[in-house]
Write a protein that binds this ligand. Structure first.
Ligand SMILES: [Fe+2]
Ligand SMILES: [Fe+2]
Length: 172
């Protein structure tokens, strides 16, 4: 709406705060945690979605984001974590959970699945992912953060690899 008269200099700029750039430097754990939040948000949107095209689009995004996120952890974060967590079984458990999540994603992407089956599988996927993410954030990440690991450099590697994976589409 057009205004008459002077605009208070401290009002408008406050409204026009720039959105933080997507590739701001984040350490590895903050980056992975941000991914977790984004995936949770997509699941919540799926649960509220009513139209089929909307559901299909959300499934594509969920599957791509999860597959890329798990690849980043398996290629970069887990090996680095494993190197500093002597003898911990946390990585082994996390890998087993990834395998279960990937198997379910494959089922969700089956072309002949009925919509009700897909909805049920997405609900199950949301549960698996939620419990896995909980384990990572409550047990794995604090243990890794307590170690002498360059999480900032690791975060840069994650960002670079994420860009590569997303530019070639959904991996594996
Ligand atoms: Fe994970
Ligand atoms: Fe994760």
């Amino acid at each position: 709406m057009p205004r008459s008269g002077p605009v208070h200099p401290f009002q408008e700029p406050a409204m026009a705060q720039p959105v933080p750039p997507r590739l701001e430097p984040l350490d590895a754990i903050s980056r992975l945690t941000t991914d977790h939040e984004a995936v949770k948000e997509l699941f919540a949107r799926y649960m509220g979605a009513t139209s089929l095209p909307q559901k299909k689009e959300l499934i594509d995004r969920l599957c791509t984001d999860l597959v890329v996120h798990m690849a980043l952890e398996e290629e970069i974060f887990y090996p680095a974590a494993e190197a500093v967590l002597d003898g911990s079984s946390l990585i082994l458990e996390a890998m087993a959970e990834h395998a279960a999540i990937k198997a379910l994603i494959t089922k969700i992407q089956e072309a002949d699945a009925a919509q009700q089956q897909i909805d049920d599988r997405i609900r199950l996927l949301a549960e698996l992912v939620s419990s896995h993410v909980d384990e990572e954030q409550r047990r794995l990440f604090p243990k890794v953060r307590a170690k002498n690991l360059d999480l900032s450099a690791l975060g840069d590697r994650l960002a670079q690899r994420q860009e590569e994976l997303l530019s070639v589409g959904s991996p594996g």
